[in-house]
Design a protein around this ligand. Structure first.
Ligand code: ARG
Length: 455
């Protein structure tokens, strides 16, 4: 006899089943079940013999899953029920004791937090490797002048090392976000039961210790409802993916013939099926395109949780694919970014030629006037008139005559003006804290290495 008088509709089973994707949770499910069994015996809820039988059975199930010889059955709804079913087949009726003082609700919350904890740890390590590559490449190209851009228009010259370090700081912030995720993953849901706690004198602190959590959750309802750690993880991944997309976009742009600032290694590019001359920056383009997918997963989980009554609802099953795809996507993106950055070659001459464009000294000329006492706004006007005049008849700024210069501003000393354009000191004059002057970039590099080494 069962509560139900008819079998499940096949279409119901399709929308309800999660085995197709949650089977990858098996290592976490086995680990928590072993901890649970250990705790049950320590609390004398099951006997030591039963514990040993259950542990041995779980090891056998794990071996089958690890060897991919585990035979899933059509009636296995999710990985949790599949493992329990197989355990009972292998260990006999004692397998039925595994679920004592546990519900699938606290069980699945525990598997998911274990997964996210691992994924955040892997993400953090991978981000660190990427930062190491960035720092090495920044150090190599510390004093290579290039144009800096705003609005994608040449703005002011910077050193390539400075530009690459900007990415290092972005990823250092990402690393911190992953550390915060790890903190959000430090509370154990297991032992909360379905939602209200359980009718046995369990030892949740022992469970927390066994599974590496700092404490059991203080509220059983919150324990089975909570997916904040998953939201935090997806948010951290979305920001990181967005950072990677900006890097990808710059690599695409810089490797064009138009820019010619860099060349991606062949290993990270593809050919065209029709145009033999082409070398396409596909991986960099994919970095650009993957970011919205990760953000989509983050938004989707917010959508699942939005307005969801406490405590467990089947809606929560819909957390997994967003998490899994995010973890896989971000891992691929981080690996690609690391690979491309480690092997890209920069073209010093092309960068320097672009950085030598006199027009990008406009702010420096304005500041020359400011030093002579002219208010900045007025200096800005005078220099923009000079730029206009030069552009109008296709001259460079240094081709303007002394008369033309003093016509715009009596305070403009033609000699100082020419010396400024000549010396191309525009980079080294940016000595403010965090600026692009070489000494500042060197300090910054040291600070970035220290930040990376600090845990
Ligand atoms: N497959 C479910 C999930 O992923 C497991 C928990 C099921 N709990 C339940 N009460 N039906 O959320």
């Amino acid at each position: 006899m069962s509560r139900f008088s008819e079998p499940q509709d096949l279409d119901f089973q399709r929308i309800n089943a999660s085995l197709g994707f949650d089977r990858r949770l098996w290592p976490y499910d086995i680990a928590q079940s072993k901890a649970h069994v250990t705790m049950l015996a320590a609390a004398t809820i099951i006997s030591e013999r039963e514990r040993n039988e259950l542990l041995a059975g779980l090891d056998s199930v794990a071996a089958e899953l690890g060897a991919e010889s585990f035979a899933f059955l059509p009636e296995d709804e999710d990985i949790h029920s599949a493992i329990e079913r197989r355990l009972t087949e292998l260990a006999g009726p004692v397998g039925g004791k595994l679920h004592t003082a546990r519900s699938r609700n606290d069980q699945v919350a525990t598997d998911v937090v274990l997964f996210v904890r691992d994924a955040a740890g892997v993400g953090r390590a991978s981000i660190e490797e990427l930062i190491s590559v960035l720092l090495a490449r920044a150090e190599e190209h510390l004093d290579w002048p290039m144009p800096g851009y705003t609005h994608l228009q040449r703005a002011q010259p910077v050193y390539l090392g400075h530009h690459l370090l900007a990415y290092a700081w972005m990823f250092l912030r990402d690393r911190r976000r992953f550390e915060q995720v790890l903190e959000a993953c430090s509370v154990l849901p297991l032992g909360a039961g379905a939602l209200a706690g359980v009718n046995f004198a369990t030892d949740r602190t022992l469970l927390a210790d066994e599974l590496g959590f700092s404490a059991p959750s203080p509220n059983s309802i919150d324990a089975v409802s909570n997916r904040d750690f998953a939201l935090d993880y997806l948010a951290a991944c979305a920001t990181c993916a967005t950072h990677l997309s900006r890097l990808g976009a710059e690599l695409v742009l810089w490797s064009t013939s138009e820019f010619g600032f860099c060349e991606l290694a062949d290993a990270w590019t593809s050919g065209s099926s029709i145009m033999p001359q082409k070398k396409n920056p596909d991986a960099a383009e994919m970095l650009r395109a993957k970011a919205p997918r990760v953000l989509g997963h983050h938004s989707a989980l917010h959508g699942v949780l939005h307005g969801l009554p406490l405590s467990y609802n089947k809606d929560l099953q819909e957390d997994k694919e967003h998490l899994f795809d995010t973890a896989d996507t971000l891992a691929d993106c981080l690996a690609a970014a690391r690979g491309m950055l480690a092997t890209v070659t920069f073209d010093r001459e092309r960068l320097a030629a672009a950085a030598a464009d006199e027009m990008i000294a406009a702010v420096d000329i304005a500041d020359l006037l400011v030093r002579a006492g002219v208010p900045f706004r007025e200096a800005h006007g005078a220099v923009s008139a000079l730029v206009r005049r030069a552009l109008d008849d296709g001259r460079s700024l240094s081709e303007l005559s002394d008369d033309e210069l003093s016509q715009q501003s009596a305070a403009l000393d033609p000699q100082a003006f020419r010396a400024l354009l000549d010396s191309q000191s525009w980079l080294e004059s940016k000595g403010s804290h965090g600026g692009t002057a070489l000494a500042r970039v060197r300090e910054q590099l040291v600070a970035a290495y220290e930040a990376l080494a600090a845990q």
